[in-house]
Ligand binder design. Structure first.
Ligand SMILES: [Fe+2]
Ligand SMILES: [Fe+2]
Ligand SMILES: [Fe+2]
Ligand SMILES: [Fe+2]
Length: 418
């Protein structure tokens, strides 16, 4: 399957930047700004082609494990340990992108300092130029909010970089930053210009993806989305796993099972842009809050709509709250506009939401969950046949999580059938 990776990653970054602003008070469009700064520095230091692409994409996604990091802090992990896992998980996630260059520490060591004061106590020479570039771009944006810094502060920022060379920043990265940070660059980094600058540094990137890679990539998305709220830690993961299981049991070919898995993984992408205080509110939501929650699916639709190669995936992902009788949202589509996979994902989403624990209800077992779905099917909201298929096919997982896709097992099972 060919995917426009640059568009997909930009969609994810837009969502991540919103979360980062909400959870950490980071400057708006932080990931994009760090990516543009890193791209310009990389060029200055002679990076090109795949290495430059790996650098800018890693810079865009340098805080991709942000939601997991916040979660581990909330779980009582020490700040240093949480910081370390933020770097480790972040690198593990970008490793799925399989760049053909060595980028093994670009995210892992993006908080390392040449004086050994970083989470892994690495020193100058023990981490790559890529990691050092992301580190200085990140630090400067976090401290100065570069999207709105006044030009008069430039000399002060230059002095700060000079004084940090060799301790806070590698000398190489500090020199590169000093060489590019001027009035023009500050203009480029403003909110109104950063999108265009990002497009320039991350040009069209068509990637022919193997099924394995797509599955890893989709799983990476589920981690980020699920960690947005402690009540949905396994929501997208389980929906994706259940969708995979159902697709396999329906006998779809591997490529279709993979696409269904990806659509399921992305269905709640828009939730990243919804405030956690609403997502986690105990008790009943008022009308306005409910409307805000509902807007997540329109946001999913919007984030995925322009991605080349995603025509079906985009529809499957964003139809999950539509109902056969037109009572769903965001578009109030009718039965004839909802294909089989859209109906399947809608049923699985309800199954998962009803069966998992939420602020307003405890978890439920298979029979009780299916009872609720059957009632909805009787009233014309969801597909009756798919509900009965779920009843049969998910019975053996009663109360237990469905495991992630196993391609080996898939191939073996299909061979046996042949
Ligand atoms: Fe970070
Ligand atoms: Fe950052
Ligand atoms: Fe949803
Ligand atoms: Fe959902």
């Amino acid at each position: 399957m060919t995917i426009r990776m640059d568009q997909l990653i930009k969609a994810l970054t837009t969502a991540l930047d919103i979360v980062e602003g909400e959870l950490l008070g980071a400057s708006s469009m932080h990931g994009k700004r760090v990516a543009v700064l890193s791209g310009i520095m990389g060029l200055r230091l002679g990076m090109w082609d795949e290495e430059l692409r790996a650098l800018t994409i890693c810079a865009l996604l340098h805080d991709n494990a942000l939601t997991e990091y916040i979660a581990s802090e909330l779980d009582g992990e020490e700040h240093d340990a949480a910081m370390k896992s933020h770097c480790e998980i972040g690198q593990r996630n970008v490793n799925t992108l399989n760049f053909k260059t060595n980028y093994s520490d670009f995210v892992l060591y993006h908080h390392e300092r040449p004086n050994g004061a970083g989470s892994f106590q690495k020193r100058e020479g023990e981490f790559s130029t890529g990691a050092a570039i992301i580190c200085i771009a990140d630090t400067l944006d976090v401290i100065n909010h570069l999207q709105r810094v006044r030009v008069e502060r430039l000399p002060e920022i230059h002095r700060y970089i000079e004084s940090g060379a060799g301790t806070l920043f590698t000398r190489e990265a500090a020199e590169a930053m000093l060489g590019i940070l001027d009035e023009n660059l500050l203009e480029t980094l403003k909110d109104e210009n950063i999108e265009a600058a990002t497009l320039k540094f991350i040009p069209a990137w068509y990637a022919e993806m193997e099924n394995e890679v797509i599955i890893n990539l989709a799983t990476f998305f589920t981690h980020i989305i699920d960690y947005k709220s402690k009540f949905t830690r396994k929501h997208s993961t389980q929906i994706a796993n259940r969708a995979w299981l159902m697709a396999c049991r329906y006998g779809y070919p591997l490529s279709t099972c993979t696409e269904i898995y990806l659509a399921a993984a992305l269905h709640d992408l828009g939730k990243l842009a919804i405030s956690s205080s609403i997502l986690e509110k105990p008790g009943k939501l008022d009308d306005e809050e409910f409307e805000i929650i509902k807007s997540h699916v329109y946001k999913t639709w919007e984030m995925l709509k322009d991605i080349e190669g995603f025509e079906e995936i985009h529809l499957w992902a964003s139809n999950h709250h539509e109902k056969l009788n037109g009572a769903g949202y965001p578009f109030g589509k009718k039965a004839e506009e909802l294909d089989f996979v859209s109906r399947l994902l809608a049923c699985i989403d309800i199954y998962q939401a009803v069966s998992e624990e939420r602020p307003y209800h405890a978890g439920r077992g298979h029979r009780e969950t299916i009872g609720i779905l059957q009632d909805m099917a009787r009233k014309g909201f969801i597909d009756r046949n798919i509900t009965e298929d779920l009843n049969k096919m998910l019975l053996d997982f009663d109360g237990r999580d469905v495991p992630p896709p196993d391609l080996e097992a898939f191939r073996k099972a299909r061979k046996t059938l042949v």
